[in-house]
Design a protein. Structure first.
Length: 250
């Protein structure tokens, strides 16, 4: 039975694949982007901070890995034309897309529902859910041109079992689980596109620090230690696996 937690990536596991990653400028997204490049994927770095994306791009180039590309996209403010620009540029340059990892997201605040700020709720739901839906929609034509495409949504334990005070973040992750299931069911019989979710578990990221400011980060694994499960889901190891919810730890 397929389990991404036990996967050991081969050095050339993603050779010839084009993989787009949101939130690629830092944290888990950056770590997965670098890991994909080391496995010989051509990586499309998507994020809102061009300077940070250029830093990741430079790191990939310095290691003489397959040339990456940058797509600046602010998921909070992007309009339809911005999504179309990214999709058109990707399709023109590569002709297809073999993998799409949704990793960008907002935490919002840890607040009781009764007191939750409505504008903050809307921002979190927009970035974490609506933007992910919109980007997936415009990239589906490129994904359908692949012989073996994978869409992965980064989710969370609080999006599988509700926890008090996690508010919009938890609800947005529940929504992503539903989006993945619906999309998987729609695509399973008409394309080679598979759709799954992955809960990375605790990771030493800025978002984790925001949620747990008093936590001893030395006891939390760095993002680079959690990338193998993503490689498994984005690459050939998970071919034929769709509509499932996985964990990277535990």
């Amino acid at each position: 039975m397929f389990d991404p937690r036990t996967h050991v990536p081969a050095p050339d596991e993603l050779a010839g694949r084009v993989i787009a990653i949101t939130g690629a400028s830092s944290g888990l997204g950056q770590a997965v982007a670098l890991a994909c490049a080391r496995c010989q994927a051509t990586v499309v770095l998507i994020g809102r901070n061009e300077r940070k994306l250029e830093g990741v791009h430079a790191e990939i180039a310095a290691a003489a890995l397959p040339e990456a590309s940058i797509a600046v996209l602010d998921l909070e403010t992007a309009l339809a034309r911005d999504y179309d620009r990214v999709a058109d540029a990707l399709l023109e340059r590569y002709g297809r897309l073999d993998g799409l990892l949704h990793n960008a997201g907002l935490l919002g605040t840890l607040t009781p529902i009764e007191d939750y700020d409505v504008p903050t709720w809307c921002r979190v739901m927009h970035v974490n859910v609506t933007a992910a839906f919109a980007l997936t929609q415009v990239l589906l034509p490129a994904l359908k041109r692949s012989a073996d495409a994978s869409v992965v949504f980064t989710t969370s334990s609080v999006g599988r079992k509700g926890r008090a005070y996690w508010g919009a973040y938890a609800v947005s992750k529940f929504a992503l689980e539903g989006l993945a299931q619906v999309l998987s069911a729609e695509l399973e019989s008409i394309s080679q596109v598979r759709v799954n979710t992955l809960n990375p578990g605790p990771a030493r990221t800025t978002m984790r620090r925001q949620a747990y400011p008093a936590e001893d980060l030395a006891k939390v694994p760095p993002p680079a230690q959690l990338t193998s499960a993503y490689i498994a889901l984005l690459g050939p190891a998970s071919r034929g696996v769709t509509g499932q919810a996985f964990n990277a730890q535990g």
